[in-house]
Design a protein around this ligand. Structure first.
Ligand SMILES: [Fe+2]
Length: 385
């Protein structure tokens, strides 16, 4: 049950997230369990991101996801590249350019693919799943499948979870919001439509991923030979266009309102186009905050970040305890320019991890100096998270 114990001392806003500008102080959220646990709002004299200088590890990180090069970009037998990991979740990029002349099976975890770019088909034991940009494709741990891109390169963001990944419980909005479960695409076997999973010797290999290593099986027949299936364990897909964001006109909702998938130790969600809040006294941008119980990962799929141009496939990581937020100067610009009916156009995939994430060297090699962050008074860590 939510705690209603609440104390208030000194100069505060009685209703947080409203008329912040008129207070003459800076609103700073201090929160546990993301934004769902106990919290305090601190009203400060200075912007908490206006530090004079900072060590490298005291800041948020900005990476260029357009230049990461997993080996599957150039080789049919290549593999995705791991960007981040902890014991509960790992985040990978696959940029598959060629058909898989084999099948794969991940024994380490469920795989949630998010299709950033490209079209094609996942041929699975349960049937083919055609994909397009904006699709989430969830493949349960152990599913045998192969991918055939229809175009030159397909860019996938992949979350791997040893624990079963389910839908996030975001509260009491009815069964058909934020999406109708009828919109899940669930495959049916089509054995005359399999893609070719043979190698040059005519064998059907299966590459099994187990404890981070790859091992091969070889069949004389296609292991995707299922004529029928039944049960409650199966792959499916959902497109972000079918996700209808919950929103409020009078209070900015926190990103946890937009979680889609979750385990007890991380959540994956999406920030998608919607109107700005238009309540007369409503702040459109969340207050400064430091998320002390989660590392925050974001991936720019499309659109702008509240009007700021950010390159597609930009990747950010805000480690726990680091302040971030849009600077007051930009908040002021938005207050003056946003008119009732104006819309946010962002398409951002986010992941909040309970345990600290380790960043791969290959991703460090793409680090930029905070091109879409605002920190220390310069244009460098705003996110809407
Ligand atoms: Fe955040």
């Amino acid at each position: 049950m939510r705690s209603w114990i609440h104390h208030s001392r000194g100069k505060v806003l009685r209703q947080a997230e409203t008329t912040r500008a008129g207070l003459g102080l800076f609103e700073d959220m201090f929160t546990r369990q993301g934004f769902e646990g106990r919290d305090a709002h601190l009203y400060r004299r200075h912007e908490p991101t206006a530090w004079k200088r900072a060590d490298k590890d005291a800041q948020a990180y900005d990476f260029n996801g357009q230049v990461v090069e997993p080996t599957d970009l150039t080789r049919a037998d290549g593999v995705p590249l791991r960007l981040f990991h902890n014991d509960d979740v790992s985040v990978w990029v696959s940029r598959r350019s060629a058909d898989m002349p084999f099948s794969v099976r991940n024994a380490d975890g469920d795989e949630l693919y998010f299709v950033h770019d490209g079209t094609g088909t996942f041929y699975t034991e349960f049937g083919p799943i055609p994909y397009e940009p904006g699709d989430y494709v969830l493949l349960p741990k152990g599913t045998t499948y192969r991918i055939r891109p229809a175009g030159p390169v397909s860019y996938f963001l992949v979350f791997e979870s040893p624990e079963e990944l389910g839908f996030a419980d975001i509260g009491t909005h009815g069964r058909r919001a934020p999406f109708d479960p009828d919109l899940l695409f669930v495959p049916s076997p089509q054995l005359d439509e399999l893609g070719d999973g043979r190698n040059e010797d005519g064998e059907y290999p299966v590459r099994i991923k187990s404890r981070g290593a790859y091992a091969w099986l070889y069949y004389e027949f296609d292991p995707i030979d299922v004529e029928g299936w039944k049960g409650d364990l199966f792959p499916f897909k959902l497109n972000i266009r079918d996700y209808r964001p919950i929103m409020s006109d009078r209070i900015h909702l926190m990103p946890s309102a937009y979680a889609v998938f979750a385990t007890p130790n991380f959540m994956v969600g999406n920030l998608l186009p919607r109107p700005y809040e238009s309540g007369e006294d409503t702040e459109k941008i969340p207050a400064y905050h430091r998320n002390v119980d989660y590392d925050e990962f974001t991936f720019i799929h499309n659109g702008t970040v509240m009007g700021l141009e950010v390159a597609k496939a930009s990747i950010s990581l805000v480690p726990r305890g680091r302040h971030h937020g849009f600077p007051e100067a930009y908040q002021e610009v938005l207050r003056k320019t946003i008119k009732p009916g104006d819309r946010l156009d962002y398409e951002i995939i986010f992941m909040d991890a309970v345990n600290p994430l380790t960043t791969s060297q290959e991703l460090w090699d793409t680090q930029r100096q905070g091109e879409h962050f605002f920190e220390g008074g310069r244009e460098a860590g705003g996110d809407d998270q």
